[in-house]
Design a binder for this molecule. Structure first.
Ligand code: BDR
Ligand code: CA
Length: 315
């Protein structure tokens, strides 16, 4: 048995999701068991196509399974075209797609893979939590073989889709409630952390010296991403949210976390989808169910990105 961390990335690519995949697929400390897709940044069809395109271009040979086309209870919020473009991954131009999907539904893939693994699996969700919650409800025994859920979502400070809520949690708050209350430890890379991972033009310039296919894809993705961040929010560098999850798995010391109780607001009011994080441990009767990320070692983070982009075929 190898000692690599076994992970499944459940995602909605997405520029930052694509970078998360790049960091995980070749890293020697990680065994990427598969990629599952979920409606989020863009429609399920588009994000699934994007996952296939990224893996075809980078020769990443893992099962890719399509999941839920919307949240488990409510209707989906609008897709995020302003940031990720019409395709959900605007910027790079890919060859015609020949890579095929794995025929299994994402929910069944998660269940089969976790149940069939002879050591615990880590789930790495970087989109809305619909597939993960559904898998937990369909086969609760998977909880016994998941060691951690390292996800991007939420914020203990300010949201990005409403003042209170972050997109991934807001997009399927009931699913997030299932996940945060499932009993498996959650590591939450919220906006408080990811807003420290700002991809400025200097970063893009630095990565342009990595002459691999992944280096080129990073640059093509980030040139578009920086442009939309500037146009939409007026920022020169956008937060590269999702790769913080994988960076944490590769080198936990690059992210400082604080253990606390976190509960999702599913009341449907103006704070719907908020991650209510008990930062000051006020609710002493509640068990701490999450490690919430508070501080990023920015230098170490970009070093991790660069080192992992170098692991791909030269151009
Ligand atoms: C999250 O929403 C998406 O736009 C990103 O891919 C990230 O997962 C940030 O709120
Ligand atoms: Ca995402």
């Amino acid at each position: 048995m190898n000692d690599k961390r076994r992970i499944i990335i459940d995602c909605d690519p997405g520029h930052d999701d694509a970078v998360a995949i790049m960091l995980a697929a070749r890293n020697p400390k990680i065994e990427l068991l598969g990629i599952t897709t979920v409606n989020g940044n863009q429609t399920l069809e588009k994000v699934t196509r994007n996952a296939l395109n990224v893996c075809q271009y980078l020769n990443i040979d893992v099962p890719i399974c399509k999941g839920l086309a919307g949240p488990i209870v409510r209707t989906a919020p609008p897709v995020e075209e302003r940031v990720h473009g019409d395709s959900g991954l605007d910027g790079p131009v890919f060859d015609p797609l020949t890579k095929e999907l794995d025929p299994r539904h994402a929910v069944d893939f998660i269940i089969e893979t976790v149940m069939g693994s002879d050591k615990p699996v880590t789930l790495v969700p970087t989109g809305p939590l619909s597939n993960v919650a559904m898998a937990m409800r369909k086969e609760p025994r998977i909880l016994e073989n998941i060691d951690e859920i390292v996800l991007m979502g939420g914020a203990y400070q300010h949201g990005n889709v409403t003042p209170a809520a972050e997109f991934n949690i807001y997009a399927d708050a009931e699913a997030a409630h299932v996940v945060f209350s499932c009993g498996v430890p959650v590591v939450m890379m919220g906006l408080d952390l990811t807003r420290q991972a700002l991809c400025y033009p200097e970063v893009v310039e630095r990565m342009s010296h990595v002459k691999t296919k992944a280096g080129k894809l990073f640059v093509d993705l980030m040139n578009f991403f920086c442009m939309t961040q500037k146009r939409t929010f007026g920022w020169a560098g956008g937060p590269l949210h999702d790769p913080t999850t994988v960076a944490y798995l590769i080198e936990p010391s690059c992210i400082e976390t604080k253990e606390m109780f976190t509960e999702i607001d599913i009341t449907g009011g103006q704070s719907h989808g908020r991650t209510n994080c008990d930062f000051f441990n006020l609710m002493t009767d509640k068990e701490k169910n999450s490690k919430v990320a508070v501080k990023l070692d920015v230098e170490k983070f970009w070093d991790i990105v660069e080192e992992n982009l170098k692991l791909y075929e030269e151009l």
